[in-house]
Each structure stands twice: as structure tokens, then as C-alpha cells.
Write a protein that binds this ligand. Structure first.
Ligand code: FAD
Length: 321
């Protein structure tokens, strides 16, 4: 038995959510007194591959193949499933990222495995039962599910697990799989924006604006606060529908699901479809001039006030701090 972790990279660099998933997979391997093997697909520097050992991987399988340079769901799933078979892995872990959400069910089908997606805690493994806590109903609830299959696939919610770098470098070996032509029938490319801004799905802090901000000309305050806090910016659906902000910033049921340590919602009412994508945030701060706004019901901290008065004061206070 072993545990296999898919170490996802973006543009050749491992993401924070990858280190979280490796740390998580290492703790599962320790629970089962077994080893953790990582697999990386794409062009990643040898030093970065070996450094996965610092998060717990004993060995890293490196798949570097021109046909797999860009993300292809089906082809990547085939490679990861074949690696799991070759390594005798009965638990496969990956991040519940944009790519991970597409890969996890495909890998599960190929391995005839049970799947728990969006998990937030280590599994409980008592009396032969394997249960995990995961988000459900677009993050509105948690469910505890039991996986009774021999092979299990688990995807970890970003920001749900601590990163623990304390090991030594891993050994790296090449791994290759002969992909079928059918693996390349549907090619989906990640769209990478050329920006220095913090990536929204991985962000630890998110500053988000809604229709209460009145128009795109007022987003300077949101961006300034985000920059001061090292945060990503986000928005509600009507804001991106109106073209005030790019669609890539739209969070919620039909947008990106985020689970940062801190979510600051400014001029957003807190409709159920918006909450679906943000309610697993650890701390929620709401700024809204309407004390009856539904967002206050799920807020940890709330400021009832006009965003145009509150935000400049907040920015000044953060600058002073
Ligand atoms: P509003 O509802 O107009 O709220 C604006 C808020 O700003 C109000 O609470 C108001 O009190 C406050 N405000 C006004 N002026 C100020 C001020 N000066 N200072 C402070 N506060 C102020 N929405 C999403 O966000 N994400 C989704 O993924 C999503 N998916 C959807 C899917 C479906 C199928 C449907 C039907 C809807 C979906 N929606 C989604 C839309 C959702 O129902 C809401 O309409 C939307 O979230 C409201 O956006 P808002 O809060 O920015 O705007």
C-alpha cells in the first residue's frame, strides 16, 4: 500500500494548495504507516520536484512529455491513474482546485475508486471504516462520508490544511505512460492571466465587492485595501455581469468557490447563491449599510455603514498598522 499525491503546478511552479495537499497526504500516509509518492506532470525544475520531499513525499514521479505540457483533463487523469496502479497506491490525493475538480472523478472512474471531493479534515480510520468530512451543497454544509472501496480518491479544499515543511529532499524519477489518442479529444487549457495579483482560488485573504459599490470607478478602494492586505479581489455575480469586474473574479454558486482565512464582503447583500461560494471562509467580515442584509447572519464581524465612509477609514487604519 502507498499514498499517491498529484502535485499540481501552474506555469512550472507548485502552488500553495499543492503544498497543503502534499502535507495532508503525508499525514494520511503516516496514519497508515506507509510511504507518500508524488507525481508531477509538466515542466517543473528538478530542484522544485525534489523539494516536495520537504513536505513529506519520499519519491517524486516526473512526467515530462511535450503532449502533456498543457493541462488535458482526460490525459492527465489516465497518467495519474496508471501511476497509482504502478505504485500500488490505494489512496490518491489531489487539491480540489479548478484542475483537481475535473481530474478527481475521472481518476476515480479509472481506478473503480470511491471519491470524496472537497474534504476539509484528515480521514478517521476506526474499526476498518474510512470516513472523511467534506463540504456539501456548494459549501453550504459539511457531510461526513464513508469510503468503503479498496481504492480511494480524495481532493482537499484549498486553505483547509496546514503546510508543514520539515522533511528532506525526495528522490526524483521519470515516469511515462502511453496515452491513448482518445485522451486528447477534449483539450481544455487553463487560462492564466498575466498579472502579479494574488490568485483568487489560493488566496488567504479575499476583498470582495458587490453592487453596493455603485460602479467600476469605485473599485480603487477595494484594490487598495486588497494590496495592503496581500489579498485577492473578488466580486458578486451582478458586478461581473455588468462588466464592472472580470468574470474571473465572480465568486459564488456559479462562479469560483473560495475558502480563505478572511473574506471581506463590501456592499454585497449575501444572497444564497453568493454565500454558496464563500461560506467555508474561516472569518467573514461584512460591510453593508443595511443592518438587515442577510450577509450579517453568517458574518463573524459586521460593520453597518456606508462603504464610501468605512473603506477609506479602514484603509487608513491598515496603513497606520
Ligand atoms: P445586491 O443584491 O443589489 O446588494 C447590494 C448590497 O449593497 C445591499 O445589501 C445594499 O444594502 C448594499 N449597499 C448599497 N449601497 C451601499 C453602500 N454605500 N455601502 C455599503 N453597502 C451598500 N450571485 C453571486 O454573487 N454569485 C453567484 O455565483 C450567483 N449565482 C447565481 C445563480 C443563480 C441561478 C441565480 C438565480 C442568481 C445567482 N446570483 C449569484 C445572484 C444572487 O442571487 C444575487 O442577485 C447577487 O449575489 C446580488 O449581488 P450583490 O449583493 O452585489 O447586489
Amino acid at each position: 500500500m502507498s499514498v499517491l499525491i498529484y502535485a499540481e503546478n501552474a506555469g512550472g511552479k507548485f502552488k500553495k494548495s499543492t503544498f497543503e495537499a502534499v502535507s495532508y497526504a503525508k499525514d494520511i500516509a503516516d496514519q497508515n504507516n506507509t510511504s507518500l509518492i508524488a507525481i508531477s506532470i509538466g515542466d517543473v525544475a528538478a530542484g522544485d520536484l525534489a523539494a516536495l520531499g520537504q513536505y513529506g513525499a519520499e519519491k517524486v514521479l516526473n512526467v515530462s512529455n511535450a503532449k502533456l505540457k498543457d493541462f488535458v483533463n482526460q490525459a492527465y487523469a489516465s497518467v495519474i491513474a496508471e501511476a497509482a496502479k504502478a505504485q500500488g497506491a490505494d489512496i490518491v490525493v489531489l487539491s480540489n482546485s479548478f484542475s483537481g475538480r475535473g481530474l478527481a472523478p475521472r481518476i476515480a472512474v479509472k481506478l473503480q475508486a470511491g471519491l470524496a471531493d472537497g474534504v476539509v479534515e484528515l480521514p478517521a480510520q476506526d474499526g476498518g471504516k474510512f470516513t472523511v468530512k467534506k463540504t456539501a451543497f456548494s459549501g453550504k454544509a459539511f457531510a461526513t462520508v464513508e469510503l468503503s472501496s479498496a481504492v480511494k480518491v480524495i481532493s482537499l479544499t484549498p486553505n483547509a490544511y496546514k503546510v508543514v515543511p520539515n522533511g528532506t529532499d525526495a528522490s526524483v524519477e521519470d515516469f511515462s505512460v502511453e496515452n491513448k489518442e482518445s485522451d486528447f479529444k477534449a483539450m481544455i487549457k487553463d487560462i492564466v492571466r498575466s498579472t502579479d495579483k494574488v490568485s483568487l482560488p489560493d488566496a488567504e485573504i479575499v476583498v470582495s465587492g458587490g453592487r453596493g459599490l455603485k460602479g467600476p470607478e469605485n473599485w480603487g478602494m477595494v484594490e487598495e485595501l486588497a494590496e495592503l492586505l496581500g489579498a485577492a479581489t473578488a466580486c458578486s455575480k451582478p458586478v461581473s455581469d455588468a462588466g464592472w469586474r472580470p468574470h474571473s473574479e465572480h465568486v459564488g454558486q456559479t462562479g469560483i468557490a473560495v475558502s480563505p482565512n478572511l473574506y471581506i464582503a463590501i456592499g454585497i447583500s449575501g444572497a444564497i447563491q453568493h454565500l454558496a461560494g464563500v461560506s467555508s471562509s474561516k472569518v467573514i467580515v461584512v460591510i453593508n449599510k443595511d443592518a438587515e442584509a442577510p450577509f450579517f447572519k453568517v458574518a463573524d464581524y459586521g460593520i453597518v455603514g456606508d462603504a464610501f465612509e468605512v473603506l477609506p477609514k479602514l484603509i487608513a487604519a491598515v496603513k497606520e498598522y
